[in-house]
Design a protein around this ligand. Structure first.
Ligand code: NAP
Length: 411
């Protein structure tokens, strides 16, 4: 930490504790440069965000790379700048950092606290936030996506409830990369009454080596459930098994992806069903003949939902939080009603779920699965890799205030 008070600090340089400079470095997306991350993320000197009475200014030590940074840069399916009504967007929904300044109403945090953040904001006065379910509040917004001041900057402003204690055994980069995907996976598996994942149950996890998937596999194990992971490259099989999967399938061994065929097109439908049944039988190798999975953990969307809906058991749930391959979901509705299946939407999690998930990391039960650590300059490239599905298994992290890898605390 330097003792010199300056207007702006270099990346990796830490100002005197609690001193707020005039400007900061930030990766900024603007409307006229929407496109691939290498084009849309541009470094700028930027004003430090203001904080309100119930907000906290955090000095970012490390940040996490998430798919929503890709969407924000692309401006697809919508430009987030149309949502925030701002002329800039700083992406980044995960971070570890240090409390730098607190609003007048903040009681639980003080300058110098080492924290991680969760990625959901809401209006404190909304009734759903007060005795209801904050994730059903019309006011909720994904931090760093639907809000403009995310974590790819030296400072970020958050609502106080977003803060959680940094797991002390982890480095800045390990603790800065996991909450968006971990909390989302936690709610998907345990947050939907009637179909919460239970001991002994099987869950099919798409993208099991990815951000969401690597946590779904680990979380399933914490309750004694049996995850079966899907990958597209056999080199990732051991990784997924080490996380706890009882079985792994390579989706490239099957040819039943994309929209459900027209049921009246007999030939196309029969060919399709032959391949879907082949996939279903491959699952029985792990579950036992005739036993379908209890839950499917969905996020690819368009290309996989028709199959997910077929292979889930009677009364089982397909829980979905994204449509990475497309939003046009198709399915054979006969199986939905005849077999009383459930297709459940899910989005991030509430503060209680976020804290429960973060506690599992603090307790050493869940590994943050850092795949690769990038320098500040590598932020656009990390997103480019993610967009092209060329990233390594796990979660990518980025150093911001932390001068090098391996540091765990300011002290
Ligand atoms: P990720 O780390 O890139 O993992 C996604 C995985 O999906 C990849 O590892 C890939 O694994 C698999 N995949 C890619 N193309 C596929 C295809 N055609 N069919 C089946 N699987 C395919 O991304 P992530 O962080 O897990 O995020 C995934 C999605 O969830 C993104 O769209 C993100 O925006 C969204 N998300 C939503 C929320 C929410 O709260 N709603 C929160 C977090 C993330 P293989 O190639 O090995 O199969």
């Amino acid at each position: 930490m330097t003792t010199e008070e300056k207007d702006i600090y270099a990346i990796g340089e830490i100002p005197p504790l609690g001193y707020v400079p005039k400007k900061m470095h930030a990766w900024v997306i603007r409307k006229d440069r929407h496109g691939n991350p290498l084009q849309s993320f541009v470094e700028e000197e930027f004003d430090i965000p203001e904080i309100g009475p119930s907000e906290v200014l955090v000095f970012v030590m490390a940040a996490g790379v998430n798919y929503n940074g890709v969407w924000a840069g692309l401006g697809k399916p919508i430009s987030v700048l149309d949502v925030t009504k701002k002329d800039y967007h700083i992406a980044g929904s995960d971070a570890s950092g240090i409390v730098w300044k607190v609003g007048s109403d903040v009681k639980r945090w003080k300058v110098g606290d080492e924290v991680v953040i969760h990625a959901m904001t809401w209006d404190h006065e909304d009734v759903e936030v007060n005795g209801g379910e904050p994730m059903l509040s019309e006011t909720n917004k994904v931090f760093g996506y639907e809000t403009a001041d995310g974590t790819f900057a030296q400072f970020t402003s958050v609502q106080a409830h977003q803060l959680m204690k940094k797991p002390s055994q982890l480095t800045w980069e390990e603790s800065g990369c996991y909450n968006l995907t971990l909390v989302t996976a936690y709610r998907m598996l345990f947050g939907h009454s009637g179909n919460e994942l239970k001991p002994g149950e099987y869950v099919l996890v798409w993208g099991a080596s990815g951000g969401l998937g690597s946590f779904a596999v680990q979380l399933a194990k914490t309750v004694g459930a049996k995850p079966i992971g899907v990958i597209s490259d056999n080199s990732k099989a051991d990784y997924v098994k080490k996380l706890g999967a009882v079985g792994v399938l390579n989706r490239k061994d099957f040819n039943c992806w994309g929209e459900h065929p027209d049921i009246d097109d007999e030939e196309a439908y029969n060919n399709y069903m032959k391949e879907v049944r082949k996939f279903g039988k491959a699952l029985w190798e792990f579950t036992g003949k005739g036993k379908n999975v209890d839950m499917v953990f969905e996020h690819p969307g368009e290309s996989t939902v028709p199959v997910s809906m077929f292979v889930v058991k009677r009364g089982g749930m397909v829980v979905i939080c994204a449509g990475t391959t497309g939003y046009n979901l198709t399915l054979d509705a006969r199986y939905l009603w005849m077999h009383s299946k459930r297709l459940q939407g899910s989005h991030f999690g509430n503060s209680k779920q976020a804290n429960a998930a973060n506690q599992l990391v603090s307790d050493g039960v869940i590994d943050p699965c850092v795949s690769e650590v990038f320098s500040w300059d590598g932020i656009p490239n990390a997103h480019e890799k993610m967009m092209n599905n060329e990233h390594k298994a796990g979660n990518m992290a980025v150093l911001v205030g932390a001068a090098k890898e391996g540091l765990k605390s300011l002290n």
